[in-house]
Design a protein around this ligand. Structure first.
Ligand SMILES: NC(=O)c1ccc[n+]([C@@H]2O[C@H](COP(=O)([O-])OP(=O)(O)OC[C@H]3O[C@@H](n4cnc5c(N)ncnc54)[C@H](O)[C@@H]3O)[C@@H](O)[C@H]2O)c1
Length: 354
């Protein structure tokens, strides 16, 4: 356990999502940004200046940052093909890590990591950030209190729009199979899988369908068209723990959708609906004392359900792992479900997960 009051965090990968983590870290007293790493020196120096990071703590090689004895913990926000490598480095140097999702590029990498982690476990959080939305945390409590009775089925959809031709998005790493693994499936679908595991439990079996709508995208440097090898759309139906049935749809090709993760949990005595775009509200339909016929009501999440993701990470570094924190095992299981979805989509078969 690290005893110092303020812990020095090394951040690797300083692109879009890093900004959210930098802002969030500002709210956690016992964490401070002590070192940075990015292969893009312009970004590295821009953020280094903004964060007043000393020159000798600005790295272009992640191996050097992880090995730095003054770095107590790592936040890794690199493209997906590097997730397993950063985790391996952290295991090797026994450094706590908050690693972004999806867990790895594929399940082979997850298996290899699990073997290393078993020999040398480290504090590890995986970036399934929706567990920290107040409405998600409150719903978890309502389910524990059996507010809607036994859950029978759930519907999950996660829709974004940026991949639709309307936006003329070029060929980014997010469309390159070698760098991203999968398309909407790993990017957004991994959050759907985590939400279902969070509220219901493990996946037992599933069948899936994936589709690439935009076959080619323009390389922003050469201007040439490049073939896209990852999905724009994935849907799957699954049987989860306690025989709960789940239906899941995700795409980055839904014009009009911003960042729309919606979950509906249907129980014997009611229904709960969540939309991450309304993080402090829960739509609930249950019979109450006055109601003759149950109807949906939107309720505000009461106080006490706010929690910063990085607060859990800080506590983890100090040796306290919150029960609901997404950990190494959650990452591994998530990757296994992703693998089974790919297997099912390719074979056209219903497949067992565990
Ligand atoms: N939890 C969430 O909700 C959430 C949201 C967005 C992104 N993410 C995840 O965060 C990761 C990054 O996504 P992003 O949108 O920030 O991508 P991005 O492309 O905006 O940023 C990636 C950064 O990593 C840097 N990089 C690339 N190779 C590197 C290397 N070898 N060493 C150091 N830096 C390197 C790039 O230069 C870039 O600055 C992805 O895995 C993504 O799935 C998670």
């Amino acid at each position: 356990m690290i005893k110092s009051k303020v812990m020095n965090v090394g951040m690797i990968g300083l692109g879009g999502m890093a900004e959210a983590h930098r802002k969030a870290m500002g709210k956690i007293e016992c964490l401070q940004l002590g070192a940075l790493c990015d292969v893009d020196e312009d970004i590295l120096n821009k953020i280094g200046d903004e964060e007043a990071i000393r020159e000798n703590k600005r790295y272009t090689k992640m191996e050097e940052l992880v090995a730095d004895p003054e770095v107590d913990a790592i936040i890794s926000i690199v493209p997906n093909h590097l997730h397993a490598y950063v985790l391996k480095l952290c295991i090797q140097h026994k450094k706590p890590i908050m690693a972004e999702k999806p867990f790895t590029l594929n399940f082979d990498e997850a298996e290899e990591l699990a073997a290393l982690y078993e020999k040398q476990p480290i504090p590890c959080m995986v970036g399934f950030s929706y567990r920290y939305i107040p409405s998600f945390r409150y719903t978890k409590k309502l389910l524990e209190k059996e507010k809607i009775g036994s859950i029978r089925h759930i519907a999950v959809r996660y829709l974004q729009s940026f991949g639709a031709p309307l936006f003329e998005v070029p060929y980014l790493w997010r469309f390159n199979k070698a760098l991203t693994g999968t398309g909407a499936l790993g990017d957004l679908g991994s959050h759907m899988i985590d939400s279902a595991r969070f509220f219901v439990g493990e996946f037992h079996s599933l069948s899936a369908l994936t589709k690439t709508f935009v076959q080619e995208r323009k390389d922003p440097i050469s201007g040439e068209m490049v073939k896209v090898e990852v999905d724009d759309y994935a849907s799957f139906q699954a049987v989860l723990e306690h025989d709960v049935i789940g239906n899941f749809v995700t795409t980055r090709h839904a014009v009009g959708s911003g960042n729309q993760l919606e979950i509906t949990l249907y129980g014997d005595f009611g229904t709960i609906h969540l939309n991450c775009e309304r993080p402090n509200e829960v739509d609930i339909c249950v019979k109450d004392a006055e109601d003759k016929a149950p109807a949906f009501k939107t309720i505000q999440v009461p106080d006490g359900y706010e929690k910063q993701q990085l607060q859990d990470f800080a506590d983890l570094i100090r040796g306290q792992s919150a029960q609901e924190m997404p950990n190494f095992y959650d990452g591994y299981q998530n990757q296994k479900v992703l693998e089974k979805i790919i297997q099912s989509a390719e074979s056209g078969q219903f497949v067992k997960v565990n």
